[in-house]
Write a protein that binds this ligand. Structure first.
Ligand code: ZN
Length: 569
C-alpha cells in the first residue's frame, strides 16, 4: 500500500487569502485548541494519543492515522481519502478524548451513527448522539450532556446540525474540531450528492469556523476540490490512499444471460466463505438466494423490501463471529458492517459506479488476508442502472416547477400546505413531497404542522431552486459518465488495481500481481458455463413401522448427520 501525502496547491492559495479574512473568534478557537492540547500530547502527562487509542482497542495506529490526528490536534484542516476499513473513525474519536471542548461528527448515515455510538458507550468513551430519531427523555439528556461541554464526541446529522437549537448549544460550549464523514456527499460530481451537505460550510461559520477534518472513502480529483471549496478548508493537509488494498484480488468475468447464474453457483461452491454477493435489484437477490439454497449453500439475504426485523435477523446471523455463510444483498447491505474475515465480494451485476464498486469490494479481507473481488459483467447491466437511476434521481424540470410555485405563494405572503403546493406546481403529491424534501434539506424552506414556509423571503426561492435543479442536472449527466467508467474498467487490459488507482486520481500504481490481468487473463474451462443440476433432495426417511421396535432402533434410523447450524439458518 502506498501512502501519498500532498498539499492542494489551490487549497493553499485559497487558504492564504482566507487567513486574513478569518474571523478573530475562529483564530482564537484554533489557537486555544492547539494550546490546550499540548499537555495532553506531551510524553509525561496523560492522556496521550497512544492511551486514547488503547481505550478504543487499537494497539498501533497507522502512520496516516497518526498524521491526521496530529493535524487535528494542532488545529489544521485535513482531508482524508482512504478506503473503507482503514480506520477513519479513530482520527476523530481520539481527538475527541484529548481536546478540551466537543468534537462534532457529521454523518448522513443514521445506522452508522447508532452503531458507532453503541460501541463507544461500551468502551466508556464520552459521546452523545443527537439526530432526528433521538426523542423524549433521551433527547433531553443528550442536550444536557452537550451543554456541559468538555472532552466529548457529539455525533449528529447535517440536518440536526442546522437546527437553531444545536447551533446555540455548540456556540456556547465551543467546538474543538468538526469531522465531516462521507464528505463526497457535498459534490454533485460525486455519486451521492445530498443538498443538506451543501449547508455545512455556512453552518460551521456560525460556529466560528472550527478546524475541520473531512473524510471519505472515495473521491476523484474533482470531488476533492469540491469538498475543499464548499467547506472553505484552509490549506488542508491531505492524506489519500489508493482505493484498493494490496490483499484484494480483482477479477472481471464476462458472462451473459443464463450463464451468469451458473458461473455464480460454481464460484460460490469453490470460494472460501464468508462472502457477499451484491445484486442490482431485490428480485435478483430473492432469485439467487433461492438458487443457493437449492444447492445447499448456507445463505442469507438482505434488501429494502424485507421488514426491518427480517433484515436485522439475517444480518445478525451473518455477522456472527466464525459463521461462514454467504450474504446475498442489494447495496442496502454493508454500511458500517464490521466483519474482518469476508473472503470474497462477488458482484452479480455491475454496480452503478466505480465509486460504489470499490466501496463494496473494500468490505472484503479487512483482516489483511487475501480476498477475491469478482465482477460478473454483462454489458446489458447498463440498461438496468439507467432505468433505476431514472426512477430515483430528482428531475430538474420538476424541481424547477416546484420552485416557481413556491415563489408564487411566497410573493402573496402565503404559506401553502403540501397538497396546495402540489396542485399549483401541477405535480403529483408523492413527487411534490419528495422534491420538497430536497428543498427543505437545502435549507430553503421549513415544513412544520403541514405548512410550508420559505426561510428567507428576501432571497428569490425561484433562483435558489433553479440552482439546486442545476446541481441535480449535473448529477444526472455524471451518472452516465460513471456507467461509462464501469464499462472501461470491465474491458481494460491494464492491471485492475492500477486502473482504479488512476480513476481516483492517485496515478497508476505498480501491477498488483493478484488481479486477472496480472495473472495473464486466465480463461475458465468451458464446463464452468455449462448448465447445472442441483443436488437431489434427500430422500425422506419413512418412519419405521412400529413392530414392537425399541427406542434404540428408532434412533438408528435418524439421518447420519444433523444439519449444521449454518444450514438451519
Ligand atoms: Zn493487477
Amino acid at each position: 500500500m502506498t501512502a501519498r501525502r500532498s498539499r492542494s496547491r489551490r487549497g493553499r492559495r485559497r487558504g492564504a487569502a482566507r487567513s486574513n479574512g478569518r474571523p478573530a473568534a475562529a483564530e482564537a478557537a484554533r489557537s486555544t485548541a492547539a494550546e490546550a492540547v499540548s499537555p495532553a500530547v506531551a510524553e509525561t502527562g496523560p492522556p496521550t494519543v497512544a492511551g486514547a487509542a488503547r481505550r478504543l482497542g487499537i494497539a498501533q495506529l497507522h502512520a496516516e492515522q497518526e498524521q491526521m490526528i496530529a493535524e487535528s490536534l494542532t488545529a489544521r484542516d485535513a482531508l482524508m481519502v482512504v478506503p473503507t476499513g482503514f480506520g477513519k473513525s479513530a482520527c476523530y474519536q481520539i481527538p475527541s478524548m484529548l481536546l478540551p471542548s466537543p468534537v462534532v461528527l457529521i454523518s448522513p448515515l443514521l445506522a452508522l451513527l447508532r452503531d458507532q455510538h453503541e460501541k463507544l458507550v461500551q468502551r466508556d468513551i464520552p459521546c452523545v448522539r443527537l439526530d432526528g430519531t433521538v426523542r423524549g427523555r433521551n433527547r433531553r439528556l443528550a442536550v444536557e450532556r452537550i451543554a456541559e461541554g468538555g472532552s466529548l464526541l457529539v455525533m449528529t446529522t447535517p440536518e440536526t446540525l442546522a437546527s437553531p437549537m444545536m447551533t446555540e448549544l455548540l456556540a456556547k460550549t465551543g467546538v474543538s474540531l468538526v469531522a465531516v464523514d462521507e464528505a463526497h456527499c457535498i459534490s454533485e460530481w460525486g455519486y451521492d450528492f445530498r443538498p443538506a451537505y451543501s449547508r455545512i460550510g455556512a453552518q460551521l461559520r456560525l460556529l466560528g469556523s472550527p478546524p475541520l477534518l473531512a473524510l471519505t472513502a472515495t473521491a476523484t480529483e474533482r470531488v476533492r476540490e469540491a469538498i475543499i471549496t464548499s467547506l472553505r478548508m484552509d490549506d488542508p493537509a491531505i492524506v489519500a490512499e489508493s482505493p484498493h488494498r494490496s490483499n484484494l484480488a480483482f477479477e472481471v468475468l464476462r458472462c451473459e444471460g443464463d450463464t451468469r447464474a451458473r458461473v455464480l453457483v460454481r464460484l460460490v461452491k469453490r470460494l472460501r466463505r464468508p462472502g457477499i454477493i451484491y445484486c442490482a435489484t431485490r428480485r435478483e437477490v430473492d432469485m439467487l438466494y433461492a438458487l443457493l439454497r437449492r444447492f445447499r449453500i448456507p445463505a442469507h439475504r438482505y434488501h429494502g423490501g424485507m421488514t426491518a426485523t427480517e433484515r436485522n435477523a439475517e444480518q445478525a446471523r451473518y455477522m456472527r463471529r466464525g459463521h461462514r455463510t454467504v450474504m446475498v444483498a442489494t447495496n442496502a447491505f454493508g454500511l458500517g458492517i464490521d466483519k474482518p474475515d469476508i473472503r470474497y465480494i462477488l458482484h452479480y451485476q455491475s454496480p452503478a459506479s466505480l465509486e460504489q464498486y470499490v466501496q463494496e469490494a473494500g468490505r472484503g479481507g479487512r483482516d489483511g488476508k487475501k480476498a477475491n473481488c469478482i465482477l460478473l459483467y454483462d454489458p446489458e447491466d447498463r440498461t438496468i442502472h439507467q432505468a433505476l437511476l431514472n426512477r430515483s434521481r430528482v428531475r430538474p424540470e420538476q424541481l424547477f416547477k416546484l420552485g416557481t410555485a413556491l415563489a408564487a405563494w411566497s410573493d402573496e405572503q402565503r404559506s401553502p400546505s403540501l397538497e396546495a403546493l402540489a396542485l399549483s406546481a401541477e405535480l403529483g403529491p408523492r413527487i411534490a413531497s419528495a422534491l420538497l424534501n430536497k428543498v427543505e434539506e437545502a435549507g430553503f424552506v421549513t415544513c412544520e404542522d403541514s405548512v410550508i414556509r420559505v426561510n428567507d423571503p428576501t432571497r428569490s426561492i425561484e433562483d435558489d431552486t433553479r440552482g439546486l435543479a442545476g446541481q441535480f442536472e449535473r448529477l444526472r449527466t455524471q451518472d452516465s459518465r460513471r456507467l461509462d467508467a464501469i464499462e472501461e474498467y470491465a474491458g481494460a487490459d491494464e492491471c485492475r488495481a492500477s486502473f482504479l488507482s488512476r480513476y481516483f486520481g492517485e496515478g497508476a500504481c505498480e501491477p498488483c500481481g493478484l488481479c486477472d490481468i496480472c495473472r495473464g487473463h486466465p480463461t475458465r474451462p468451458v464446463g464452468f458455463f455449462a448448465p447445472l443440476t442441483p443436488p437431489k433432495a434427500p430422500k425422506r426417511k419413512t418412519r419405521p413401522r412400529r413392530r414392537g421396535g425399541t427406542r434404540s432402533r428408532t434412533r438408528r434410523r435418524k439421518p447420519r448427520r444433523a444439519p449444521r447450524a449454518s444450514e438451519r439458518d
